[in-house]
Ligand binder design. Structure first.
Ligand code: FEO
Length: 169
């Protein structure tokens, strides 16, 4: 059985994951407006990942006999001054997610909730990938600049696809 404190913390995180999906969808829309369809695709893939993260937490709460309590999702921004700004914010956002996952892990350890510790390990590893993935794109944007060379990078990001982790991962 999940503790009330852990149940509340995970419900807050479910909201945060859905907010992340919302933010990335808003960024995808911005990219589409600017004709950067590959970047928009990358953001839409991120959105799918965030929904996967949220639903994984959802399944866990149910499995542990808790109650999922969905919360209102804040409206994300809709405008950015540049593509670099979009990806800078994405990087910062992922760092904030990592902090939240670490806080959840701290709580699980404090409560000696071994099942939660094992469950959260997946997110700890996932955040390493999430941060690395956005940092790699940001580095490339900085490398090519926001001129015509961006076209090739945009094409590269058009090939990005969401691959759900294998069951049990
Ligand atoms: Fe759910 Fe991108 O972290």
């Amino acid at each position: 059985m999940i503790s009330k404190k852990m149940e509340k913390a995970i419900n807050d995180q479910i909201k945060w994951e859905f907010y992340s999906a919302y933010l990335y969808l808003s960024m995808a829309a911005w990219c589409e407006r600017k004709g950067l369809l590959g970047c928009a695709n990358w953001m839409k893939v991120q959105r799918e990942e965030e929904i996967f993260h949220a639903m994984k937490f959802y399944g866990y709460v149910i499995e542990r006999g808790g109650a999922v309590a969905l919360q209102a999702i804040d409206a994300p921004e809709i405008d950015w001054k540049s593509l670099t700004a979009v990806f800078e914010q994405t990087k910062k956002h992922e760092q904030s997610v990592t902090k939240r996952i670490n806080d959840l892990m701290d709580l699980a350890m404090k409560e000696k909730d071994h099942a939660a510790v094992i469950f959260l390990q997946w997110y700890v590893s996932e955040q390493v990938e999430e941060e690395a993935s956005v940092a790699a794109v940001l580095d490339k944007i900085k490398l090519v600049g926001e001129g015509p060379s961006l076209y090739l990078l945009d094409q590269e990001l058009a090939a990005w696809v969401f691959t759900p982790p294998a069951k049990g991962a």
